[in-house]
Design a binder for this molecule. Structure first.
Ligand code: PGA
Length: 252
């Protein structure tokens, strides 16, 4: 059975004290629920990772970063490295988010370097892919996602690939309140799994966790997670509210 994961992508939100409160509230709430094997991952801004790791040490969630630069160290002002994350024992790192592709011009090739840099330090990438609205309207969504996955991930040998989590996030659904239907999510997840089976093998495809992201909330999570190829979610806005996030993590 592949791992079910619900990850909260906090993006650039919360003051330090608000973040500390949210993390401890979520940690306390998680103590009282049966996650039935679902792994919860919180991805706060990098400045809060150390504090998050301190809370996570005695709690039922893992910590992920939102970004790295693909070098261990050097003259890259403003960036943080996977080596630094490793020192803190951060388990996951989101890469390829559409906001980074759009505002920071990150390409599939650059993301390939990030994948390699993370895996070198045994940090699991949560690799985001997804089409923008005009691409879906032009019926190019499968092609776009295929290219993203192929160009950033399919250089990996099979054992390394098995460490990767994929998050399908249709860009038109991110932060818009418009969620993909469960049929649209299932269709794309099954397609991605098919790509993995063709490139590697069926067993690897069946073992890969594929998350859905884009306006997933306490109301629609159960429907989305009920789909056979949807293994959890990457949650933005709704991960900033303890009760709603708890509702999502218990939606399997
Ligand atoms: P959203 O964001 O849940 O606020 O749509 C998801 C994401 O960007 O990962």
């Amino acid at each position: 059975m592949r791992k079910k994961i619900v990850a909260g992508n906090w993006k650039m939100n919360k003051s330090f004290s608000e973040a500390e409160k949210l993390i401890t509230d979520i940690a306390d709430a998680l103590d009282d629920v049966n996650l039935r094997g679902t792994e919860v991952v919180l991805c706060p801004p990098s400045l809060y990772l150390e504090m998050a790791m301190d809370v996570a040490f005695e709690s039922n969630f893992k910590v992920g970063a939102q970004n790295i630069y693909p070098e261990d160290s050097g003259a890259f002002t403003g960036e943080i490295s996977p080596m630094m994350l490793k020192e803190l024992n951060v388990a996951y790192c989101i890469i390829g988010h559409s906001e980074r592709r759009k505002y920071f011009l990150e390409t599939n090739e650059f993301l390939q370097r990030k994948v390699d840099a993370l895996l070198k330090h045994d940090i699991r990438p949560i690799f985001c892919c997804g089409e923008v609205l005009p691409e879906r309207e032009a019926n190019q969504h499968f092609e776009v996602v295929k290219k993203q996955v192929e160009e950033s991930l399919f250089h990996l040998p099979v054992e390394a690939f098995k460490k990767v989590i994929i998050a399908y996030e249709p860009v038109w659904a991110i932060g818009t309140g418009v969620t993909a239907t469960m049929e649209q999510a299932q269709e794309m997840h099954a397609y991605i799994r098919g790509l993995i089976a063709t490139k590697y093998n069926r067993q690897t495809a069946d073992g890969t966790t594929i998350l859905y992201g884009g306006s997933c909330n306490g109301k629609n999570a159960r429907e989305l997670f009920s789909q056979p190829d949807v293994d959890g979610g990457l949650i933005g806005g709704a991960s900033l509210k303890t009760e709603e996030f708890l509702q999502i993590v218990t939606s399997f």
